[in-house]
Design a protein around this ligand. Structure first.
Ligand SMILES: [Zn+2]
Length: 298
C-alpha cells in the first residue's frame, strides 16, 4: 500500500487522498507562478512541478487521533456535487473507503475541522443518502468546527448561485443536524483537542485557520489554504486568484513562514502533491521545503 502517514511525536498523521487536481489548476490558482518562475526553482521538481513548469496539486484530508479524539481536517470536494469547475463536478472517488482503510471510518470520527468554507474543503461533509437521495452528514457523530468569523462572513456575503449551491449541499445539512460549531479563535489560537490548536491565518478567507498539532516534543502544522503550493515558500507574495484579501494573505504567509523556518515543525500542505510534507528552511531571499516523505519516521 502507498505509504501516506507521518509520525509526529508518537501521533500518526494520515493523508487520506481524494484526487489529484488537473494540470491546469496551478496556472488558474496562482496566475503569477509562471512556468519561467517555476522552472527557476529546481527543488520543486519532480514532485511539486513538471519539467515544463506546471504546478502539481492534490485534494486530500489529514486524519489523526489526539487525546482519544479522532480528528479529520478538511473534507475535500465530495462525490456527486454539482460544481461549475469541471474538475470538481460530480466526482466519484472511494474517499470514504480510504478513510476507513486509514482507520477512520466516517461514523467513528469525533471532530471535523474545517480550515475555511470553500467548496474543496467542505465537500465530504455530506453524501447522498442512497442513490439520489438528500444530502446527509458523512460524519454523523462529529462536531464540525469552523471559526465564527468564517461562518459569519459567508452568512453576510452576497453569494452567486455556484457558492449558494455549495452551502446548500455541503454546509447547511450539517448545520441543520446540529453538527456545525462556529468557534471564537483568538489571536493566539484555540485548543480544540489535547495538542490541537486552530491558528488564525486570515487572508485567503477572513476566518481561515491553520491547524497546529503538538505531540511529545514534536509539532506539525496543517496549512489549509494559507499556503496552496510550495512555490509560495520561495515567493510568499504569490497570491491565489481566490484569495478574499490578497494583501492580508501575503502578510499572514510571511509571518507564518518566518515563524516556522529552521524549526523542526512538519509542514503538511492541504493541496501539496506527494510527498506533501516537509520542513521550512531559509533559502536565498525566501524559503524552500525540505521534503519529509510519508511512511518514514522523523
Ligand atoms: Zn482549497
Amino acid at each position: 500500500m502507498h505509504p501516506s502517514s507521518w509520525n509526529v511525536g508518537g501521533t500518526t498523521v494520515h493523508r487520506v487522498d481524494e484526487t489529484p487536481l488537473p494540470p491546469e489548476t496551478g496556472a488558474w490558482l496562482l496566475p503569477d507562478a509562471t512556468p519561467d518562475l517555476v522552472r527557476a526553482l529546481p527543488w520543486l521538481l519532480p514532485h511539486h512541478a513538471t519539467a515544463t513548469g506546471a504546478l502539481r496539486a492534490d485534494s486530500h484530508s489529514f486524519a489523526f487521533e489526539a487525546g482519544g479524539l479522532r480528528v479529520v481536517v478538511d473534507t475535500g470536494i465530495g462525490n456527486g456535487k454539482p460544481r461549475a469547475n469541471p474538475a470538481w463536478h460530480d466526482l466519484r472517488t472511494d474517499y470514504p473507503d480510504r478513510l476507513a482503510a486509514a482507520g477512520f471510518p466516517p461514523e467513528s470520527v469525533d471532530l471535523v475541522v474545517l480550515t475555511h468554507l470553500h467548496s474543496d474543503h467542505v465537500g465530504w461533509n455530506t453524501r447522498r443518502a442512497g442513490g439520489d437521495g438528500e444530502w446527509v452528514p458523512t460524519f454523523p457523530n462529529a462536531r464540525h468546527l469552523t471559526s465564527r468569523v468564517e461562518r459569519d462572513f459567508w452568512a453576510g456575503h452576497p453569494m452567486d448561485e455556484a457558492r449558494a449551491q455549495v452551502f446548500r449541499d455541503s454546509v447547511d445539512p450539517v448545520e441543520r443536524a446540529g453538527l456545525l460549531e462556529p468557534v471564537d479563535v483568538p489571536g493566539g489560537g484555540l485548543e480544540v483537542a489535547p495538542g490541537v490548536r486552530l491558528l488564525p491565518t486570515p487572508g485567503h478567507t477572513p476566518g481561515h485557520v491553520a491547524v497546529e498539532l503538538t505531540s511529545g516534543d514534536e509539532r506539525a502544522l496543517i496549512t489549509g489554504d494559507c499556503l496552496h503550493h510550495p512555490v509560495q515558500l520561495a515567493h510568499p507574495d504569490l497570491t491565489a486568484c481566490v484569495d478574499v484579501d490578497p494583501a492580508l494573505s501575503r502578510a499572514t504567509r510571511r509571518a507564518l513562514l518566518d515563524r516556522l523556518a529552521g524549526t523542526g515543525t512538519l509542514l503538511l500542505g492541504t493541496h501539496f502533491a506527494p510527498p506533501t510534507a516537509g520542513r521550512v528552511v531559509r533559502h536565498g531571499s525566501g524559503y524552500r521545503l525540505d521534503p519529509v516523505p510519508a511512511g518514514r519516521d522523523r
